[in-house]
Design a protein. Structure first.
Lengths: 383, 169
């Protein structure tokens, strides 16, 4: 038998070799691509990678996919709590990253990176001459103008200003000072407003070259010393709903060249005495203009970024709460998918997983966890 | 970079624990300060020299009195202290401030929350307490900003809590 063993092994190898020769090798170098228009239930989990902040990434997830492994569609890199914005008229996503020549040190460069939605690859960039703000990520630090011709970025050095970039020509257009005013809310076709410490909105309309054409300031409509407006607004189709520390909801219509400030009303009623809005991204709106708000009981000084125990759903036109959803786990941020038919409410929970609820009923559909993100502090529904 | 409210654990449970610990420490601190103030019952030496701040509590713990408006990693857990930066970092000269009640003398002090910069996040002793924090349009009272401003590099490592004076009540 021992003498036969080498012969048998050689025969086995010969048979295997023949089988392999008949097998067509799979192609080398195949790279997946994504559709130009992403399905409505895809989301972007923006992971600022809090403890390794130069190594941020934004992960594309399909929330309809039942197999968690297949829900992961791809990833884009960015750096230092990058700002993020999506175009709707071009298959492009923008990140404002900061890099150092030696990783965490060396020469700093701020750059607007343009990513292609089909390849998830950078296809262009614009170097920013003014250092952008570095802060806990939120949606209104970078926005496109309503006509999508310009990208607006909030700077804090600690002087406050807004950088204006043409993402098509890939050129920096300039810097607009916004003293005492923070964040950018697209206003009219090609302008923006910032929220000011004196309780006003400062509005700048830009010309086709991205230069200031006019500036204006609204009347005072809140008192930051009494009940501060939370700039992390719910937003839909040019309309914003701002929560306040004490639970007011302040509507502002940014569709015209001048913001129209609506009447604020209380989200708190007898059933919810003592509750307050809170979280990192406490508010979002769906395609029908319903407002979803994270809320926590026993509100107190300093609780304005505490996780919410519930999400409240409001019809802002009727100034009414239409539903209360008890959360499976406390939530730090809310976002909505863009569809009207069966929108999903995505809640970033305190374990940094995504709880996916039926936005119409509050029913928990699934939890997406362990998908390679450390701190996906903002979630964006695909535009 | 005083961001990030809660990473892993449920905030409510944590808050409940902290509240009780804090009030316990406040009571102990008051008793100690009101008596001989020499017994080393608590981790911090209670300096009672004229011009210094009477102390109680553990600066490695989020419930330490000076951290009332902090949001970030405590430098005392990162190679520094409540008022000094870890080796090889750089202290930001520009910062946000808070007003914290010292439980020993029941006096409000102005606290400067300077960031230590030039290395990536310490990752140890995350502490978030937003008392007195205000939105980003009032930056001097906001702890969401990275306050590594005026430093060579803006990478955020941890935050100190320097006493810079008594508050006028």
């Amino acid at each position: 038998m021992k003498k036969l063993l080498p012969f048998l092994l050689a025969l086995l190898l010969l048979v295997m070799g023949t089988a392999m020769a008949q097998l067509q090798p799979e192609p080398m170098g195949k790279i997946e691509t994504l559709p130009e228009k992403w399905p409505a239930h895809w989301v972007l989990a923006h992971d600022v990678s809090f403890s390794r902040v130069m190594d941020g990434r934004t992960i594309v997830l399909d929330l309809d996919e039942e197999n968690p492994a297949r829900a992961y569609k791809g990833m884009m890199n960015n750096s230092f709590a990058a700002f993020m914005a999506q175009a709707t008229t071009r298959p492009e996503i923008y990140f404002a990253s900061i890099y150092y020549s030696r990783g965490t040190r060396g020469e700093r460069i701020d750059v607007l990176e343009i990513y292609d939605k089909q390849t998830l690859s950078p296809i262009g960039e614009v170097v920013l001459e003014v250092p952008r703000a570095i802060l806990l990520p939120q949606r209104f630090t970078m926005q496109l103008t309503r006509d999508e011709s310009l990208v607006l970025l909030y700077n804090f050095t600690p002087a406050m200003s807004v950088s204006v970039v043409d993402p098509v020509a890939r050129e920096l257009r300039g810097e607009v000072p916004t003293p005492g005013c923070a964040a950018v809310f697209p206003t009219g076709e090609r302008g923006f407003s910032s929220v000011c410490a004196d309780g006003t909105l400062y509005t700048v309309q830009l010309d086709a070259d991205g230069q200031p054409a006019s500036t204006s300031r609204s009347a005072q409509f809140f008192d930051a010393g009494v009940d501060p407006l939370i700039e992390k607004a719910a937003w839909h189709a040019g309309k914003a709903w701002f929560p306040t520390f004490m639970g007011q909801l302040q509507p502002v219509d940014f569709t015209g060249d001048q913001p129209v400030i609506g009447e604020a009303w209380s989200m708190i009623d007898e059933e919810t005495t003592g509750w307050r809005p809170g979280g990192l991204a406490p508010a979002a709106a769906d395609a029908d203009g319903r407002v979803y708000m994270l809320a926590h009981p026993e509100g107190r000084e300093g609780s304005h970024r505490d996780p919410g125990m519930e999400v409240w759903v409001f019809d802002p036109d009727q100034q009414q709460r239409v539903d209360r959803y008890e959360l499976a786990m406390p939530g730090l941020g809310v976002s909505l998918t863009r569809d009207r038919e069966a929108p999903l409410l995505v809640v970033l929970n305190v374990e940094m997983a995504l709880d996916v609820y039926d936005a119409r009923t509050g029913e928990l559909r699934k939890t997406v966890a362990n998908f390679g993100a450390e701190t996906p502090l903002l979630v964006y529904g695909a535009e | 970079m005083k961001w990030l409210d809660r990473l892993i654990e449920g905030r409510t449970r944590d808050l409940a624990q902290r509240s009780s610990r804090r009030s316990f420490l406040a009571r102990v601190g008051t008793v100690v300060a009101g008596s001989a103030a020499t017994l080393p019952l608590l981790p911090v030496a209670r300096a009672q020299d004229e011009g210094s701040v009477p102390e109680s509590g553990d600066p490695h713990s989020c419930d330490y009195w000076r951290y009332c408006a902090t949001d970030g990693f405590l430098c005392s857990c990162c190679g520094g202290s409540a008022s000094s930066c870890p080796p090889g970092t750089e202290m930001s000269p520009i910062t946000w401030i808070g007003t914290c009640l010292n439980p020993v003398d029941n006096t409000n002090y102005i606290i400067s929350y300077n960031d230590c910069c030039g290395k990536s996040a310490c990752g140890h002793c995350m502490c978030t307490r937003n008392e007195g924090d205000r939105p980003i349009y009032r930056p001097q009272l906001n702890n969401e900003y990275n306050w590594c401003l005026g430093t060579q590099h803006q990478t955020y490592n941890c935050s100190v809590a320097r006493v810079i004076g008594k508050a006028f009540d």
